[in-house]
Design a protein around this ligand. Structure first.
Ligand SMILES: [Zn+2]
Ligand SMILES: [Zn+2]
Length: 363
């Protein structure tokens, strides 16, 4: 059991009382290298020493805490933080109260650092035509988004200023109340309402973003739509979502694709459906019909003897698949039209056709 609550924090760091911030930081770095638990494995007191050192550094490197400590010693910190730490006998215990359990290397910018927030993903809808599904396309879209503020680089801080330790929780992010009872030491913890658990506060917010770390921008973004895209497909544009704050990554933009209906074609995967009208005689004799596809005209061969409702396939005139392979087909339903009126000339021909057919059947 360590009983060092009365140890002087300047003494722990090995600096004089009037030491500058730079001296304090340098002293901490030097001592931390010696007592860091990753280095001093064999020292049974390593953790204790490291916490004690880190506690001293965290207090003395924070201007407000340092003033409290200079004026009133540890009692000043207790009052500033609103924490009741009666009954703790060592400075490394205080480290746990102030900065949470476990180690937190003040020089690390790792993910454990509070407040790092990845920007949210965003979604936008674009519409393409069926023709653009064949070729693929580049779309320029205008996106209004909240991007990482350039003035403060997403920190929310007025340039040149720093976060200060939350005075409500003393930087722990939690407000703990500790009291001794007959059952032992009772500790209750709640997320600090003032800092939202971050343990730090912005005292001088960035003027450009008001401290949010995000600023509204309107940006033109190029979206590359590949051939074969289907309705409802989502294209990811990396890093074009909402900006990250305090070093968090920027979110992504998801572009959701809608495909405009086409008056001439119905789509089913890579195939297109359409229909064509041919005269009954053309259906009987066979014919070629000039037709439109999505990328140019072509001749559809309607074979002789085509029945009403038969489907004729134009191979490879459909849509390309999204992930490579052969193009689909255009499937043409043949509507056979029967003349409503026939001239006397036409009547004569049709009659003789009928005669010839009867003779054939009669034989
Ligand atoms: Zn800003
Ligand atoms: Zn707080």
């Amino acid at each position: 059991m360590h009983n060092d609550i009365d140890r002087d924090l300047y003494e722990i760091l090995g600096v004089p009382r009037g030491a500058s911030q730079a001296d304090i930081k340098a002293a901490y770095r030097k001592r931390a290298r010696e007592v860091h638990p990753d280095v001093a494995h064999d020292d049974p007191d390593g953790e204790h020493k490291f916490k004690e050192l880190t506690f001293a550094y965290e207090v003395l490197s924070d201007a407000q805490r340092r003033r409290e400590y200079d004026a009133y010693g540890l009692e000043g910190l207790r009052r500033g933080a609103g924490i009741d730490f009666d009954g703790f006998s060592s400075i490394s215990d205080l480290f746990d109260i102030f900065f949470g359990g476990g180690f937190r290397d003040p020089f690390s910018r790792g993910p454990s650092r509070p407040g790092k927030v990845r920007g949210r993903d965003m979604e936008m809808l674009i519409t393409v035509t069926l023709g653009e599904v064949v070729t693929g396309t580049e779309k320029e879209i205008e996106v209004g988004r909240r991007a990482t503020c350039e003035d403060c680089d997403g920190t929310g801080l007025m340039p040149g200023t720093h976060m200060s330790t939350c005075d409500a929780c003393g930087g722990a992010g939690q407000v703990r109340t500790t009291r001794r009872s007959l059952l032992g030491t009772m500790v209750s913890a709640q997320t600090c309402a003032k800092c939202g658990g971050a343990g730090q506060l912005i005292t001088e917010p960035c003027a450009a973003c008001g401290g949010s770390g995000l600023a509204s921008v309107t940006e033109k973004i190029q979206v590359s739509v590949p051939p074969g895209i289907e309705r409802g497909d989502r294209l990811r544009v990396r890093g074009k979502g909402e900006g990250g704050v305090r070093g968090g990554a920027t979110g992504d933009l998801y572009v959701v694709v809608d495909v405009e209906p086409h008056p001439g074609f119905e789509r089913s995967g890579t195939d297109l459906f359409t229909s064509v009208k041919v005269d009954m005689v053309e259906a009987a004799l066979g014919t070629s019909v000039e037709m439109e596809s999505l990328d140019g005209d072509f001749l559809l061969k309607v074979p002789s003897g085509t029945q009403p409702g038969d489907v004729v396939k134009a191979k490879g005139k459909g849509l390309p698949p999204r992930y490579g392979g052969r193009r689909g087909d255009i499937l043409v339903r043949v509507d056979v039209s029967v003349p409503r009126k026939v001239s006397s000339e036409q009547k004569k021909h049709l009659q003789s056709y009928l005669e010839a057919r009867k003779e054939k059947v009669g034989k």
